[in-house]
Design a protein around this ligand. Structure first.
Ligand code: SAH
Length: 405
């Protein structure tokens, strides 16, 4: 189900095209059509899967067997599909399981509990994903609380949203990822946790955040297909709760409205970073297309239709958006008819990126910002900066190698 009429869809695409004009790093919503990855089993819906199986002349139940191998047993290697006759394995692998990505390197921090992986996709595009395990006994750097694991994944190679404080935003958009290329990052993390490659014994993925490279709502269909497989129960998917999935957006209003109509209780995060349009136009250039009022209205509507509290992301940038009066303005902007029950503010101390003139707020300034919000009753937390020393923290994913073409 889509929340938009086809006329609205067309207007969405057109307005993004217009928004491209006049930017140093141009805004780009329509991804270049280069290097379309080969179709993978995870890119297909149930009907398309049945069709492929029929074309291969295989019994229908091979579909469920293949899904189980890929999404439940996390086995990409056909040699491991021992419930399928060898001949059929080879044909299925050749047709439905193209190699999607090669690991270029891992960077490890926090006593092994943060791992940033750089992947080279089939066409040479580079993307990064970050696995973070928390609450591992004996590993102090993993933090306190119950044991859990989050994987931060990319939805595009690069990003077209041009936010000047974000490393990915500075490189422009290379292309959209396919559903399989998105899902693959989750599967890899799940496999590493299961196989005890991360300290803390066998584990599983609890949370998935679309906070890596790219603007997920600018690659809507592939993101949704990946999410549907993440939340589907075995054998069709990974069986991870939709409540554990967070889609973070710079504020593509039609995309937020469309997502609200999907009937999927995923968490929406909105990267606001400023309470007033003049400043937000600078920090998030897409604001020139959809203003703060429009973004907040769609976020409130998201809460009403899903019952999911919306996260507001706010990177605290020294002397740019961290003044006490901006905290007051933020509280005013976020106020709903029933107060603040619909929202949660996540403050992120800015992770400075190379060449940026901006840096993180002073701790006492950040504390005052928090205090001002708390006084008004706004639920607020300061996000930790896991993986900072490996450039794996928010906004630092930039894939420093050069793509191969
Ligand atoms: N395009 C999506 C996902 C971006 S990454 C979005 O805009 O939400 C996830 C979060 O990291 C966003 O809130 C983004 O604004 C924030 N971010 C980007 N660069 C950052 C930086 N240098 N320091 C702190 N947070 C940053």
């Amino acid at each position: 189900m889509s929340g938009l009429t086809s006329a609205e869809e067309a207007a969405f695409t057109e307005s993004l095209r217009q928004a491209e004009a006049g930017r140093i790093v141009p805004l780009a919503l329509d991804a270049p059509r280069r290097g379309r990855p080969p179709k993978h089993w995870a890119d297909l819906d149930a009907e398309e899967r049945a069709q492929v199986i029929a074309e291969l002349g295989l019994p229908k139940f091979r579909a469920g067997q293949l899904s189980r191998q890929l999404f439940v047993r996390l086995a990409e290697d056909p040699d491991l599909w021992t419930d399928i006759p060898k001949d059929d394995r080879e044909r299925l692998a050749a047709r439905c399981v193209p190699r999607l990505a090669d690991l270029v390197r891992d960077q490890v921090a926090d006593g092994g509990t943060t791992v940033k992986s750089l992947w080279r996709l089939g066409d040479g595009s580079l993307v990064e994903s970050v696995l973070m395990r928390y609450g591992v006994p004996g590993v102090r750097a993993s933090g306190r609380g119950r044991e859990r694991a989050t994987v931060c994944i990319s939805s595009q190679a690069g990003c077209g949203m041009a936010c000047p404080f974000c490393a990915t935003g500075q490189g422009g958009l290379r292309r959209n990822l396919s559903a399989a290329e998105i899902l693959f990052q989750v599967i890899d993390a799940a496999r590493r946790l299961r196989d005890e490659e991360i300290p803390g014994g066998p584990g599983r993925v609890n949370n998935i955040v679309f906070m890596g490279m790219g603007e997920p709502l600018a690659n809507y269909n592939a993101v949704l297909r990946a999410v549907r497989t993440i939340v589907a129960s075995a054998p069709d998917g990974l069986g991870i709760s939709a409540r554990g999935v967070t889609i973070s957006t710079v504020g593509l209003v039609p995309g937020i409205r469309k997502l609200a109509a999907e009937g999927l209780p995923v968490t929406l995060a909105v990267s606001l970073h400023a309470p007033d349009d003049a400043l937000r136009d600078e920090l998030c250039p897409i604001n020139t297309r959809w203003s703060i009022d429009e973004v907040i209205a769609s976020a409130k509507q998201y809460f009403l239709s899903t019952g999911r509290r919306v996260s507001i992301e706010y990177a605290l940038i020294r002397d740019v958006n961290d003044q006490a009066h901006r905290a007051e303005e933020l509280a005013a902007v976020l106020r709903g008819p029933n107060g603040y029950g619909w929202v949660h503010v996540n403050l992120i101390p800015l992770n400075p990126t190379p060449g940026s003139k901006w840096t993180a707020s002073r701790p006492e300034v950040a504390d005052e910002f928090v205090r001002r919000l708390e006084i008004r009753g706004v639920p607020v937390t300061i996000r930790d900066t896991r993986g900072r020393e490996i450039d794996g923290a928010c906004g630092q994913l930039a894939a420093s190698e050069t793509p191969t073409n």
